[in-house]
Design a protein around this ligand. Structure first.
Ligand code: ZN
Length: 284
């Protein structure tokens, strides 16, 4: 599941490959854009907004894409073999003289007037990785629903944009709070939000996502996807349980000793990867 840092890095790569160059071909394999042709237009910039990607092209148009669970953009030189998945998973192709950008498994591919981008991203809270990041506003939005569980509030992109299950899980471990702690009971919301931002900033320039500082395999996370393994701080077994009501539930991981606050009985299910769909009432 891509988080904001993955989208941020994808945007940097896409921007470097496409911005300032004229498209020689576009190919949209989604019904509503089947007849759309952007060839002949220059790409102006590629901008991340939370987990959304905005590709702005000449003529006041913006291609809006969202990765959701496992979408991605791949860049190829002409003649390279496309390796991002089977051809039927391709949703969009943008090509200039030097690069082919191929979007796989993108559940959202739509063309907007650039002036209307707000329709796609206007609901988002402050963007954790944006230059205009506004911590005070993020905290204000979180506080507005003081009864919410902090683990779910951090996923709600209307509060702050960019955090997904990995970072919200890890930052709650680092702050010693269970995901079920009410927002009103979080001792220092500012510090929590800032810690989450720092985790993402530290990872935005590479694809690996480490919250521990180690990039070695098996050492990159504190509790995320570590069910049954010993806590790196206290040795207690990490436990997991779903948070939120089906079908919106997400897997939470926590250390019952290091993290204080309310929590349900841990799941008895064997460990599994987090594959819960990202479609939540907490707006993606
Ligand atoms: Zn522990």
């Amino acid at each position: 599941m891509p988080e904001g840092d993955t989208v941020w890095l994808a945007a940097q790569r896409m921007h470097a490959a496409l911005a300032g160059r004229v498209l020689v071909r576009s190919d949209f394999r989604v019904p509503q854009l089947a007849t759309t042709d952007l060839s002949g237009r220059q790409v102006l910039e590629v901008v991340p907004r939370g987990k959304h990607l905005l590709t702005r092209v000449e003529g006041g148009l913006t291609l809006h894409t969202h990765f959701r669970m496992d979408g991605s953009w791949h860049l190829y030189a002409p003649g390279d073999r496309w390796s991002g998945g089977p051809a039927w998973q391709v949703r969009a192709v943008l090509e200039n003289a030097e690069w082919q950008a191929v979007g796989y498994r993108l559940p959202v591919v739509e063309l907007l007037d650039t002036a209307d981008e707000g329709r796609a991203v206007g609901h988002l809270g402050p963007d954790v990785l944006a230059g205009d990041w506004d911590a005070d506003e993020a905290v204000r939005r979180l506080r507005a629903d003081a009864g919410a569980e902090i683990g779910m509030a951090l996923l709600d992109q209307r509060n702050l944009a960019g955090l997904g299950n990995l970072y919200r899980t890890e930052v709650l471990f680092l702050r010693g709070l269970t995901p079920w702690t009410r927002v009103a009971d979080v001792p220092d919301l500012e510090a929590l939000v800032e810690r989450g931002r720092r985790l993402m900033v530290a990872n935005r320039c590479h694809w690996e996502q480490s919250t521990t500082g180690s990039l070695r395999r098996g050492e990159t996370h504190w509790v995320f996807e570590r069910t049954g393994q010993p806590c790196r701080r206290c040795g207690t077994r990490i436990v997991t349980a779903e948070q939120g009501a089906a079908p919106y539930a997400r897997l939470s991981y926590w250390c019952p000793r290091c993290q204080l606050g309310p929590a349900p009985a841990p799941s008895r299910q064997p460990a599994r990867r987090d594959r819960t769909p990202g479609r939540t009432k907490y707006v993606p």
